[in-house]
Write a protein that binds this ligand. Structure first.
Ligand SMILES: Cc1cc2nc3c(=O)[nH]c(=O)nc-3n(C[C@H](O)[C@H](O)[C@H](O)COP(=O)(O)OP(=O)(O)OC[C@H]3O[C@@H](n4cnc5c(N)ncnc54)[C@H](O)[C@@H]3O)c2cc1C
Length: 411
């Protein structure tokens, strides 16, 4: 690609916008067009299930860049427009408004969409999912008027919402088929801590139970579970996972699995097309090159920076340490690294204190650190995980072992 070839970015979310920001920061002078199917300016999603849902933050504060940024940086934002097809031979994308755009490089940053409930009653008024500002706005309006909510799925978004709803005085029940909360993402001790804390704040979590149907006359009245329990409810929030938006890439003949597949430089099988953020699956150096699709702000931002660096002549494999956070009421969960379910868990600190970490190890090597209300451990872990292995399970368990000093020495 020459320095003046047009870059087209499909998807104007966290990753898509960051490509445009980083390309300009890296000195790229050519045209940049950001095509996003949502209306309005690109915005951040994390507060949707936290401060925004509580009413502590307004929509304008969610915007990632104010309107003048786009003109000032010569980034053309086509909002409310969808990329509908990719012609890889002609290097052109078709748009939902009937237009088309030529590209020297195309970045797919099209994210994911929520799985929706398929049970009887799933279309009743009062059944919600949460991904977009529109979803959050509708939910926020409704929670001001209800007394009882049922959340389907004890994942991050479901539990963040449950914490907000409980704080607003709503009786919340969470249905979770697995035996523990956030099971795919965190260790058993951390799950147990979070389950206890949610219970203390009045949230009922029913493990090993699942949704059979939602009942009501036009509007949600109750939920019936597969164990035969009926739970009265005015609102149901489905937090049952996501589906990566791979259809556009697949229709253009690009390999997809659980995400649009890329190489270590985040290029798809076509060197003129990259894929980043929630929609992309890449060979992860922290999991021995296994393909991983991550859903986090860090991953979206760092992958965008990696692609911008390549397009401006500084290619490097994507190898950033993954990290993530989730705020659930007064608890801040932070995760650095990537663990597999069977990785060993070593406690550092006392869960009874409300602030501790769980260090995860595989074959004696540190793979991840989960911290709650321990930002110092999290920041140290991010540095330590970026360097060759230094911390052993015995070090991790010993609170007098100076984690910060090790992290500092690593630079
Ligand atoms: C409620 C909620 C809370 C979250 N909390 C956290 C958190 O606490 N911490 C954290 O790290 N992460 C959190 N996340 C995840 C984080 O927001 C995502 O990982 C991040 O937004 C991914 O960025 P992205 O650009 O890949 O996708 P997105 O930000 O989802 O952007 C993709 C955009 O592409 C658009 N699009 C799709 N198809 C097309 C098309 N064909 N043409 C044009 N546009 C298209 C989509 O509508 C969307 O606007 C949260 C997500 C949600 C929904």
């Amino acid at each position: 690609m020459s320095a003046h070839d047009p870059v087209v970015v499909a998807g104007a979310g966290q990753a898509g916008l960051q490509v445009a920001i980083s390309l300009r920061e890296d000195g790229y002078e050519g045209p940049i067009t950001l095509v996003g199917d949502e209306t309005g300016l690109p915005y951040q999603r994390p507060p949707l299930s936290k401060a925004y849902m509580l009413g502590d933050m307004q929509a304008e504060s969610l915007e990632l860049r104010a309107a003048p940024f786009f003109a000032d940086h010569r980034v053309e934002l086509l909002s409310g427009v969808r990329v509908t097809a990719i012609d890889r031979l002609a290097r052109r994308v078709a748009l939902s408004d009937g237009g088309s755009l030529e590209y020297g490089h195309l970045v797919l940053a099209v994210g994911v969409r929520n799985r929706v409930l398929a049970c009887p009653g799933a279309d009743l008024d009062g059944v919600f999912t949460l991904r977009t500002l529109g979803d959050a706005h509708a939910l926020r309006e409704r929670i001001g008027t209800i007394r009882r909510a049922v959340v389907i799925g004890a994942g991050f978004i479901g539990l963040e919402f449950a914490a907000v709803a409980a704080k607003l005085g709503i009786a919340v029940t969470v249905l979770e088929t697995a035996p523990r909360v956030m099971m795919r993402a965190i260790s058993a001790p951390m799950s147990a801590f979070f389950a206890d804390k949610h219970a203390e704040s009045g949230v009922t979590i029913r493990f090993g139970d699942s949704l059979a149907r939602i009942v009501g006359d036009g509007r949600v009245e109750a939920v019936e579970t597969n164990s035969g329990v009926r739970i009265e409810a005015d609102l149901v929030l489905a937090g049952i996972g996501v589906i990566p938006n791979t259809e556009l890439a697949a229709a253009a003949g690009l390999p997809v699995e659980n995400g649009v597949l890329t190489d270590a430089l985040l290029r798809t099988a076509d060197e003129h097309v990259s894929a980043i953020g929630d929609c992309a699956a890449y060979p992860n150096p922290f999991l021995e090159g296994r393909y991983v699709r991550l859903e986090s702000v860090q991953n979206a931002v760092d992958q965008a920076k990696c692609v911008a660096a390549r397009l401006t002549g500084k290619p490097h494999p994507y190898a950033a340490v993954p990290w993530f956070w989730s705020d659930q009421g007064p608890l801040k969960l932070q995760i650095a690294g990537l663990a597999l379910p069977d990785d060993e868990s070593v406690l550092r600190g006392d869960p009874a204190s409300g602030a501790f970490s769980v260090f995860r190890f595989r074959d004696g090597r540190l793979t991840a650190v989960e911290s709650v209300n321990k930002p110092g451990d999290h920041m140290s872990a991010r540095r330590i995980l970026a360097a060759p292995p230094t911390v052993t399970p015995a070090d991790a368990a010993d609170e007098s072992f100076n984690l910060r000093a090790i992290a500092k020495a690593l630079g």
